[in-house]
Design a protein. Structure first.
Length: 234
């Protein structure tokens, strides 16, 4: 198990234009996932969305290692995003990543100054700055942005994503429906794959029911699978 698997879990504004009207943004929720590596239990992740009371929202993911090397290392991951709704796109305002384990600790802090249209990223070794792009998301809110685009009927999805040194456009394509069984139940889910790079990213959504995927697989960073256990609005 490599520590870097934790970074891309469930590792916008420019959606492929279709002229479709945007639906309402989602209400607050709590979702839990079983996390597996190579098919073996690795941990449990909790994902929450809640308003912060200042016109912004907080989207947070927390994972505690409960199996394999993650448990042996006492690995704990937390990602927290602040954003504002731009239509139904979670436009980034800030992002914090923290990984604590017995052999390694890692942090990343990103802020977006929209008045200056500048992104600042700090990993403890000096800061990196680059121009912000309207409607940009970051890696934590990416899965949510894809789910909302699918709900609005988009099949080709282009998302500007703030990464370490730049904003990069990531492209995703919705395929047909596939039968998926996870702890939360059995679904006919729409499969989404990244289409512009061989990243080994696939996710299965039921967009008329949940804004998040019921299942996600990511080969890059450790062959990780996330399976929905429960979802509660409010």
């Amino acid at each position: 198990m490599t520590i870097r698997f934790l970074r891309p879990l469930l590792a916008c504004g420019l959606l492929a234009a279709s002229g479709l009207a945007l639906a309402a943004t989602p209400a607050a929720f709590t979702a839990t996932y079983d996390v597996l590596q190579g098919g073996s239990p690795l941990g449990r992740a909790t994902v929450t969305l809640a308003p912060s009371g200042d016109g912004e929202w907080v989207y947070r993911k927390q994972m505690q290692g409960t199996g394999g090397m993650a448990a042996l290392l006492g690995a704990r991951l937390e990602e927290s995003s602040r954003f504002r709704w731009k239509g139904d796109v979670p436009e980034a305002v800030g992002y914090d990543y923290r990984l604590d384990a017995a052999i390694k600790a890692k942090k990343r802090h990103m802020t977006v100054d929209w008045s200056a249209k500048q992104v600042t990223v700090d990993e403890g070794k000096g800061t990196t700055t680059y121009p912000a792009q309207p409607g940009m998301v970051e890696r934590n809110t990416l899965a949510l942005a894809i789910g909302l685009a699918l709900r609005d009927g988009h099949r080709q999805i282009a998302l500007p994503v703030g990464v370490k040194q730049r904003v990069e456009t990531q492209n995703f394509r919705a395929g047909g429906k596939e039968a998926v069984t996870v702890p939360a139940g059995s679904f006919q889910a729409t499969r989404v794959d990244r289409s512009d790079a061989d990243q080994g990213f696939s996710a299965w959504y039921v967009p008329d029911k949940y804004p998040l995927p019921v299942k996600l697989q990511q080969k890059d960073g450790g062959d990780i699978t996330m399976q929905l256990v429960s979802y509660k609005a409010g």
